[in-house]
Design a protein around this ligand. Structure first.
Ligand SMILES: Cc1cc2nc3c(=O)[nH]c(=O)nc-3n(C[C@H](O)[C@H](O)[C@H](O)COP(=O)(O)OP(=O)(O)OC[C@H]3O[C@@H](n4cnc5c(N)ncnc54)[C@H](O)[C@@H]3O)c2cc1C
Length: 393
């Protein structure tokens, strides 16, 4: 039976990042994915400045124009009404996950991770430290990283469920016709196009990625909402619609158990306001591999979670602040306040963009927003609005 210091389940951004980091630390690594790369992954493919920093740090990758289209122009709407435009803001980079994930995966294999792509996991035996693959091969590990996405079988093995159904998000997307974008073409964001969520239109060279995402429990009619959204945009009707869960604010406050660590979507590390998850996936994949390396070097693999959990505190603090802020943006009673404040305040719009670029953090934005809220609204947001959506264990 082959033994690896580290077995990683899932070779998306979190798994590839963990694999590259583990190889830098001299670990033997098996990188398992049920898909062969390149593979499809439903995603807007918006890479923020914050995420670009993690890409550079882990993969030594720059924002290459072959792979990314950079945009500095945004427009915002609510219920079809314009809330304003912003030009020349910190850049956002658009990519296609088919190509992006293939590149990260190939970096992981080039770094020396052993390629187990195209192999579905059949069983996970956490007490025996063994993974059995579909073809029957058994891998023995010192540490395991579950980077296997929102439907994580690793999270299921630890917690009984991959995610909390009451908190998970759901998103629909189409690849619409391209509008021959140039550097002035705007990224469009439609607040409230879904309940506790938003709509987006990301213009790229090959297509326009149009989608709608929000809390699953509050959007039973998501398909009808997407149809209405496409009608509003006047494009994309009749095209193939795909859907995917999104861990939209139900992150794991304890992301693993002993020598088993969860990273990326498997840990629920997705921004509950913007839906951004690629950056947190790369960051948490790196942190998980570093914790595993340190625990293995000490001959105490079971201590990996004790090292990983504090390392992920900044991620979790940011997500918690975003969950507190979320009712101000999404809750119906505060919609008029949010729409008026956002429309009239250039600085708030810029603050939102600085958040995406990684130049400001949620706790700071939370304080600034709270200072603008009427008192009754603040009390409502902190009590009723946020309670139902607090973090999972
Ligand atoms: C519609 C939509 C739009 C989004 N838009 C954006 C965006 O614009 N920007 C952004 O930053 N984030 C966006 N996100 C979130 C982002 O896609 C995720 O946060 C990100 O992909 C998480 O990376 P990951 O590596 O944790 O998981 P994934 O990318 O999901 O990778 C998990 C991997 O695990 C593999 N796997 C799963 N189960 C098994 C198994 N049993 N055995 C073996 N392998 C397995 C899968 O094949 C997959 O390759 C969006 C999400 C959705 C649904």
């Amino acid at each position: 039976m082959p033994h690896y210091d580290l077995v990683i389940l899932g070779a998306g951004p979190a798994g590839a990042s963990a694999a590259v980091t583990a190889r830098k630390n001299g670990l033997s690594v098996a990188l398992v994915d049920k898909a062969r790369f390149p593979r499809a992954k439903l995603c807007g493919g918006l890479v923020t400045g914050r995420c670009a920093g993690h890409l550079k740090e882990v993969f030594d990758l720059d924002i290459d124009p072959q792979l990314f289209e950079t945009r500095r122009n945004f427009e915002f709407y609510m219920d079809g009404q314009p809330l304003g435009r912003l030009d020349g803001v910190p850049p956002a980079h658009l990519t296609m996950r088919w190509n992006f994930d293939q590149l990260l995966f190939s970096r992981a294999i080039a770094a020396g991770a052993v390629d187990y792509s195209g192999q579905r996991v059949e069983t996970l035996d956490l007490s025996a430290n063994r993974v059995t693959l579909h073809a029957g091969e058994v891998l023995d590990y010192g540490c395991l990283i579950g980077a296997d996405g929102v439907q994580s079988i690793t999270a299921r093995a630890i917690f009984g469920e991959p995610f909390d159904k009451t908190r998970v998000g759901f998103a629909l997307e189409i690849e619409g016709p391209t509008v021959e974008p140039d550097t002035q073409t705007r990224i469009r964001i439609d607040f409230a196009a879904a309940d506790w969520g938003y709509g987006w239109s990301f213009p790229k060279r090959a297509s326009t990625t149009i989608g709608l995402g929000g809390l699953h429990a509050r959007n039973p009619e998501m398909k009808a909402r997407l149809a209405a959204y496409l009608d509003r945009l006047g494009t994309g009707q009749g095209l193939k619609v795909k859907g995917h869960f999104l861990p939209f604010g139900g992150y794991r406050s304890v992301p693993g158990r002993g020598n088993v660590l969860l990273a990326g979507d498997a840990a629920g590390f997705v921004d509950p306001i913007t839906g951004e998850g690629i950056g947190h996936a790369i960051q948490s994949g790196r942190l998980a591999a570093e914790a595993a390396a340190e625990a293995l070097a000490a001959g105490r693999p079971e201590r990996a979670l004790r090292l990983y959990r504090p390392a992920t505190r900044p991620i979790r603090t940011g997500l918690r602040a975003a969950i507190l802020l979320r009712p101000v943006i999404f809750a119906r009673p505060l919609k008029p306040f949010f729409a008026a404040t956002f429309r009239n305040s250039r600085s708030l719009k810029r603050e939102y963009m600085h958040l995406l670029s990684g130049e400001t953090e949620y706790p700071r934005l939370l304080l600034r927003t709270a200072a603008r809220l009427p008192r009754a609204g603040l009390r409502w947001a902190l009590r009723g609005g946020s309670r139902k959506h607090s973090v999972s264990g």
